[in-house]
Write a protein that binds this ligand. Structure first.
Ligand SMILES: [Zn+2]
Ligand SMILES: [Zn+2]
Length: 328
């Protein structure tokens, strides 16, 4: 499924099989998660993607062939390809353990063709082994929704009372991780979305309500997954002194101005950008120990446009995943 021009639906296309360059794997894709970032690319809220582009950065498949010098994974081994697809390894960010901020970074399904396809190539250094016990479809959302959510959770710090604003693919995973870590989770959804609030309580949230509501207790930290700027001051208003409020999305509508007093008391606003390979290794190791269970809505690859629209409209719980073997 390719994006030829932004603000247009994806198109089903037959492309020549890609060939792995030095250090790259050729991967037979079995499943690919659908992420809100894919919508931001489609809608041109993120500019200058590679065009035409195969989107998708939560890719699960098996190694079909290896390019020159690629020896990390065996043929047939199951691997995952995340958003971070390449870094220069030399800039000041890479040199200080912050490759997620690399000036020259290239991203899967944005600068590099991704996983809305039967075959993909990826730099083996940025791939992860997929833990046994996760079927392909259940593993796919771990690769961005899980991984970048995990990085956001680390940035929030030790917060015991954790607010999750927007309870979609990422929050449904993070809620389980947070409860496993002994935190108390407060889930915020669109007003009146009782089904999602029930879903959140079922995953261990102690309280679930509308993002307009004040929680029953102050929050020690919050992660804002929804791309709505007004949620940032809303989360600050719900927070205790010292709380960090982290935006986990790559794009957000403008944040309205707010009185300094809701930031005062060492509260902080921040963002999380991308992932490091270390985040990935930690999270892939942690997920089966929680154990994180992902709830997925599966679509055939050629129905990627329907999956994206369902994501836009909030029509499913958990995560959407494209299954390459379905349909056709
Ligand atoms: Zn993503
Ligand atoms: Zn760099």
């Amino acid at each position: 499924m390719i994006l030829e021009r932004q603000r247009q639906p994806l198109r089903l296309a037959e492309l020549p099989e890609p060939s792995p360059g030095p250090g790259q794997l050729l991967i037979a894709v079995s499943a690919c998660g659908v992420c809100r970032t894919d919508l931001h690319i489609l809608d041109a809220e993120l500019e200058h993607p590679k065009l035409p582009l195969v989107p998708g950065h939560q890719v699960v498949g098996t190694v079909a062939a290896a390019g020159e010098g690629a020896e990390r994974f065996a043929a047939g081994q199951r691997v995952g390809v995340p958003w971070l697809g390449w870094t220069d390894g030399t800039c000041r960010y890479c040199a200080s353990g912050r490759e997620n901020l690399c000036d020259e970074a290239r991203f899967t399904g944005y600068d590099i063709d991704g996983g809305y396809a039967e075959m993909a190539v990826a730099d083996e250094r940025f791939c992860f082994p997929i833990p046994d016990g996760y079927p392909d479809e259940q593993a796919a959302p771990l690769l961005c929704a899980g991984l970048i959510g995990y990085r956001a959770l680390r940035l929030v710090g030790e917060a015991e009372r954790l607010g999750l604003y927007g309870f979609g693919a990422s929050a449904h995973i993070l809620c389980q991780v947070a409860v496993h870590e002994g935190r108390r989770v407060f889930a915020f959804t669109r007003e009146g979305d009782e089904e999602t609030q029930e879903f959140a309580r079922g995953l261990g949230a102690e309280w679930a309500g509308s993002s307009e509501e004040a929680p029953p207790e102050e929050l020690d930290g919050a992660i804002v997954f929804a791309a709505a700027g007004p949620l940032m001051p809303a989360a600050l208003r719900a927070s205790a002194k010292g709380a960090r409020v982290i935006s986990a999305g790559i794009h957000m509508s403008d944040i309205p101005s707010f009185p300094y007093e809701i930031l005062w008391g060492e509260r902080a606003l921040g963002s999380v950008a991308n992932l490091t390979r270390r985040d990935g290794e930690e999270f892939i190791e942690l997920a089966p120990r929680v154990p994180v269970r992902t709830e997925v809505s599966v679509y055939p690859l050629e129905e990627a446009n329907r999956a994206l629209e369902d994501l836009r409209e909030g029509r499913f719980r958990g995560a959407a995943v494209l299954d390459v073997a379905l349909g056709g």
